[in-house]
Design a protein around this ligand. Structure first.
Ligand code: AMP
Length: 530
């Protein structure tokens, strides 16, 4: 990746992270070779499609890398990966790391609007999709990308390929590949975002590898860990806490197609799952399901809840219902994450969202003038450290606002720090909706809605919701005939917007409340509509 595309850590920081042994200086491709040598036959991945040992995974990654190389994919190429929870996703990730091609990790729920943007913005040469997932034929979308994105040359399909190449057929005898620089970006994650277009988060081999190791330590993972992933594996949280942390520890990663108790509980019983992560809405479903299930959940040691704030009342129900330890966690694709530790007392685990995983994480809590607030008071969280990025991919103007001059990432989250260092989430200053852990940038949705002929002006806000935390409300000043919610939803679907971003509610208004500075007061809108 070229030097102007991303922001490396300043040399004095990089040197410290290396000297303290946090940055291992080992590219991911090599890590898997090392793990396979050490652990060979131990089970690495269990998924609906495969059951692979570490040696199997290593072999498949090698052969897949060689097959992609034969197809013409080279180091430095960008590719967009949009795959659900399949073993092939894991093999592909390591194959791309070995090749040095940079995956942009898209969510299965993304549609034309998002995928087209990722492909065009990164000048991607290949797209990896499932055949049909949750009723959506990704091959049709892929055909559009191939026809409409000038850089796009290949489509690979997990499952029935139609007129494209089946991912399973990408297979060749391993070829020697040039060594990778561990200090360089290995993949691009998606930011939860606050801007009109999603921002891409370049994570290096060194920093991402370290975050996986630090999470494994924070969660007390070892070779007996069997971690179940029910959320999309493509999400940064599941990738770090699930895939990377489990592999670090030498455990087994189990991929499930859904978090539905009917699907997940038999897998827990069958695979003797010890750990899993979920958002609060799923925790509620699971707690309710324990009242009727016959599945044996006794192997569970710990469930981790995060992505959006866990209500303390719901938190109290987790341990008695699921019969295992509750751990809360927070994190962001930009890096910083925190988890409760085994030694944390129960009140801390009920009321805070976690403790940063690295001793070299630097946290500041500041007021609107960037001054540190007194200890224990709430303010915006700024973060810097060995796995928190210093800038988004190709976004110099946005970077100037999103990072302080001394390299702290402005998280947009309002938090309070306990004397123990644990972080308590209190709200946010960023214009983003957190719908059950799915993040929606209000501005992105507003831009789409402004294109509707019956919308003169729009403000998108999150309204409180018992289960999801927030629901999406579009406040619209109409133009001509009043639009109905269904009209707007159909319009957004037609524009190829991901389903999780579709508004739940429409409020028609004649004007918006304004702040003293004449901006739309979303705070007042939320207060009025809640
Ligand atoms: P993402 O990059 O999509 O993982 O989104 C990161 C954002 O999710 C954070 O900046 C927070 O706003 C929010 N978040 C993550 N975990 C939690 C949590 N446990 N409680 C409250 N908010 C959270």
């Amino acid at each position: 990746m070229s030097g102007t595309d991303w922001t490396p850590w300043p040399e004095e920081f990089a040197e410290r992270y290396r000297k303290e042994g946090l940055w291992a200086g080992r590219p991911f491709g090599e890590s898997l070779t090392h793990w396979a040598e050490e652990r060979g036959a131990r089970t690495a991945v269990v998924a609906p499609d495969h059951r692979w040992s570490y040696a199997d995974l290593d072999r498949r990654a090698d052969r897949l890398a060689a097959g992609l190389h034969r197809a013409g994919i080279r180091a430095g190429d960008h590719v967009v990966v949009q795959l659900p929870n399949l073993a092939e996703f894991v093999a592909l990730l390591f194959a791309l790391f070995r090749l040095g091609a940079l995956p942009v990790i898209a969510l299965p729920a993304h549609r034309r609007s998002e995928i087209r943007y990722f492909c065009e913005f990164t000048e991607a040469v290949a797209l990896f999709v499932p055949d049909v997932h949750q009723g959506f034929d990704h091959r049709e979308l892929a055909a559009e990308m191939l026809a409409g994105v000038p850089s796009m040359r290949h489509v690979f399909v997990a499952g029935d390929p139609g007129s494209f190449t089946a991912l399973a057929d990408v297979d060749a005898d391993p070829v020697p590949l040039p060594a990778r620089d561990p200090g360089e970006p290995a993949l691009l994650l998606l930011s939860g975002g606050t801007t009109g277009v999603p921002k891409l988060v370049p994570r290096t081999h060194d920093d991402w590898y370290y975050s996986g190791r630090a999470v494994a330590e924070a969660c007390d993972y070892d070779s007996s860990t069997v971690h179940l992933v029910t959320l999309p594996i493509a999400h940064n949280w599941t990738l770090t806490h699930g895939l990377m942390a489990t592999f670090h520890a030498g455990g087994t990663l189990v991929l499930a197609p859904s978090a539905d108790p009917d699907v997940a509980f038999p897998i827990i019983a069958g695979e003797r799952v010890t750990d899993t992560g979920m958002v609060p809405g799923v925790a509620l479903l699971w707690i309710e399901a324990t009242e009727w299930t016959d599945d044996d959940l006794s192997s569970l040691r710990q469930v981790t809840i995060g992505g959006t704030k866990l209500n303390p009342e719901l938190a109290k129900r987790v341990e008695p219902a699921l019969g295992c330890r509750l751990q809360q966690a927070f994190g962001m694709a930009e890096g910083l994450c925190g988890f409760h530790r085994g030694t944390d007392p129960q009140d801390i685990r009920l009321l805070s969202q976690g403790l940063p995983v690295s001793p070299l994480d630097e946290l500041r809590v500041v007021d609107s003038a960037d001054r540190d607030v007194p200890p224990g008071e709430a303010g915006e969280l700024l973060a810097r450290g060995p796995y928190t990025i210093r800038g988004y991919y190709r976004a110099p103007d946005h970077n100037a606002r999103a990072f302080s001059s001394d390299g702290f990432y402005r998280t947009g989250d309002v938090v309070r720090l306990l004397p123990t260092g644990h972080v308590v989430f209190e709200g946010r200053v960023k214009d983003q909706i957190n719908r059950g852990g799915d993040k929606i940038a209000a501005e992105e949705l507003e831009n789409h809605l402004l294109a509707h002929p019956q919308v003169r002006d729009v403000a998108v806000v999150g309204l409180p919701d018992e289960v999801l935390g927030e629901r999406i409300c579009a406040c619209v000043i109409p133009k001509g005939d009043q639009p109905a919610l269904d009209d707007l939803v159909d319009f957004l679907v037609e524009r190829g917007v991901a389903p999780y971003k579709l508004p739940d509610r429409l409020e028609l208004m004649e004007s918006f409340p304004l702040t003293g500075l004449g901006k739309v007061s979303k705070k007042d809108l939320v207060a009025r509509l809640s």
